[in-house]
Design a protein around this ligand. Structure first.
Ligand SMILES: [Zn+2]
Length: 123
C-alpha cells in the first residue's frame, strides 16, 4: 500500500506567461510596443496570451539568431521566439506552444513544437 502523502508538484508555478497588448480603440494586438501599429494610440491594454502560435516566415538572420523565429500567435500578434526543436522540423507553418518555465525577464520566449517529431538522427 502506498501512503497518501505524496508530494504534489506545483506545476502552476512553471506555467509560462506571455503578455501582449491589445489596442483599446481598434483592438489590434501587438507585442512590446508603445504605440498601436494600426491607429497610433498609446491606449494599449495588457492581456495574457494562451501561448499557442504558428511559426512564420523569416527573412535574413545571423548565425546567432539561427533558432529565433517569428511566431504568429493565436491572438494575432507576432513575437520572435527561440524555438526548441530539431532544426529539420522547425519551419514556417509548424504549430508551437510556449514552453513551461522558460520566460525570464527580458528574455526571449521559448516555444516547443506541438506535433510529435521523429527524433531519428537528431542526437
Ligand atoms: Zn489601435
Amino acid at each position: 500500500m502506498r501512503s497518501g502523502t505524496a508530494v504534489l508538484v506545483e506545476e502552476s508555478a512553471a506555467e509560462p506567461e506571455l503578455h501582449f497588448q491589445r489596442c483599446r480603440w481598434c483592438h489590434t494586438t501587438t507585442f512590446q510596443r508603445l504605440l498601436c501599429p494600426t491607429c497610433g494610440s498609446t491606449d494599449l491594454a495588457p492581456e495574457l496570451s494562451a501561448g499557442e502560435g504558428v511559426i512564420s516566415v523569416r527573412r535574413g538572420f545571423t548565425a546567432a539568431e539561427a533558432d529565433l523565429w517569428p511566431v504568429h500567435m493565436a491572438e494575432g500578434f507576432v513575437v520572435r521566439c527561440r524555438v526548441d526543436g530539431p532544426p529539420h522540423a522547425v519551419r514556417p507553418g509548424v504549430r508551437v506552444r510556449l514552453a513551461p518555465g522558460t520566460l525570464g525577464a527580458g528574455r526571449r520566449p521559448v516555444v516547443r513544437l506541438c506535433e510529435e517529431v521523429a527524433l531519428d538522427g537528431w542526437f
